[in-house]
Design a protein around this ligand. Sequence first.
Ligand code: NAD
Ligand code: UGA
Length: 471
Amino acid sequence: MVKKICGIGAGYVGGPTMAVIALKCPSIEVAVVDISHSRISAWNSDKLPIYEPGLEQVIQQCRGKNLHFSTDVEKHVYEADIIFVNVNTPTKTSGLGAGKAADLTYWESAARVIADVSRSNKIVVEKSTVPVRTAEVIEKILVHNSKGKIKYQILSNPEFLSEGTAMQDLLNPDRVLLGGNDSLEGQEAIQKLKDIYAHWVPQDRIITTNLWSAELSKLADNAFLAQRISSINAMSALCEATGADVSQVSCVLSKNTKLGSKYLNASVGFGGSCFQKDILNLVYICESNGLFEVANYWKEVVKVNDYQKSRFVKKVVTSMFNTVSGKKIAVLGFSFKKDTSDTRKTPAIDVCKGLLADNACLSIYDPRVSEEQIRRDLSMNESHWDHSIQAKSTSFTSAKQVSVFADVYEATKDAHGICVLTEWDEFKTIDYHKVFDSMVKPAFVFDGRNVLDVDKLREIGFIAYSIGKPL
Ligand code: NAD
Ligand code: UGA
């Protein structure tokens, strides 16, 4: 019987996922461990390290009962029956496969700790997104460093939550994917993990596959979602060139039951920590297997995403009389999507850097992202690969070019233009008459998320642009 679970990595996935297991399995002790002291102390405080609607309530309900956050990785790994590894798997920034391959350093160090401290049999669960066949490598590390006759069963259990809706996604998942090997022990391990999820997930939503299918399905899942966004974004460019309206086109597509309605919103580009990283990982795996045509196919999804961001910057600059030098541009929204404070790979970084490279002055407002985070994001150099638009625009250094405001009306005051880069609901209810009155004329709006009523904005007097729509 499973008495204790340890989650290694207390980030966007580890925190919420382990919290939900604790909530739904009150008889199991759940410890979430991390090497980051600041992250763990934030999980133990009133100000959690991440913002996710509904998370705080679950933490309050379980923390100190059957849910614990700790930096004592060794102790909790030693005591656990099942270990979920939720560590980050970013894109490699140097060495072989730099800019594409997944960096498994964090995973490997977690595996080495498991091997070092374990004195009883363990089920090790890959929760992080990893390259296909990672379980094979992990098994080697565990077996070759094992202290005594310890048996490890490695399972793949990729996570499908989206930020901003993580709690809903975890409490009511459309599927839970479990991959394991065919041996008796492998099947017993799968059953143990199934029993955990069975506390709240209906049987028919739990899919079991072999290890490699589970690992690859996660990469395929993200690649397919991102590919839909790049497809509709590619259409948005064609709409602008021909007078078609991308919202009307996506509405038509969404009524096709073969296509469905999700992931058809044209935007300034997709962001987030995973889509780009996972596609590049897929590209690298394809190239490593000599499948260059397949690699190039997926590469285009990222290229179109970069094109969409550059296209947006170009639209702003050309519309504002071919120069934004010295002009104040208000940026509304910095996180990569609404209802999260996460800015990893947010399109706002690329757009802001593009505008700064043209010497614009930016006044940025986001309801959830701190000034410190925004400044850090804009001062960091991106690691380059052969697609990167930042490769051309990293010369920005002046902190004076950027101001961050806690109030939308302050941010837009005296601005020449507004760029909406995140679809926060509150941007729909701003008093745009008041905003217009306080701006330099002609006042421009560039809606990078197609969330504003541009006809109303035009009635007020704005020159308004949206993605993929006629002027
Ligand atoms: P994150 O960076 O927020 O969290 C990872 C945590 O792991 C960090 O706090 C880090 O300090 C910790 N860590 C790293 N090495 C460690 C070690 N050896 N021991 C203990 N702690 C260690 O990352 P995340 O967004 O939670 O993503 C984690 C994984 O889940 C990634 O593989 C990602 O692709 C995948 N994923 C993420 C999401 C998402 O929405 N963020 C969704 C599905 C899957
Ligand atoms: C995505 C997937 O949706 C999850 O299934 C997956 O678990 C997760 O990645 C992961 O592996 O990290 P997430 O990145 O949190 O989740 O958020 P999404 O809602 O998918 O949005 C990603 C980006 O695409 C955002 O920038 C969003 O604004 C953009 N997007 C989304 C569009 O531009 N158009 C759309 O129609 C949908």
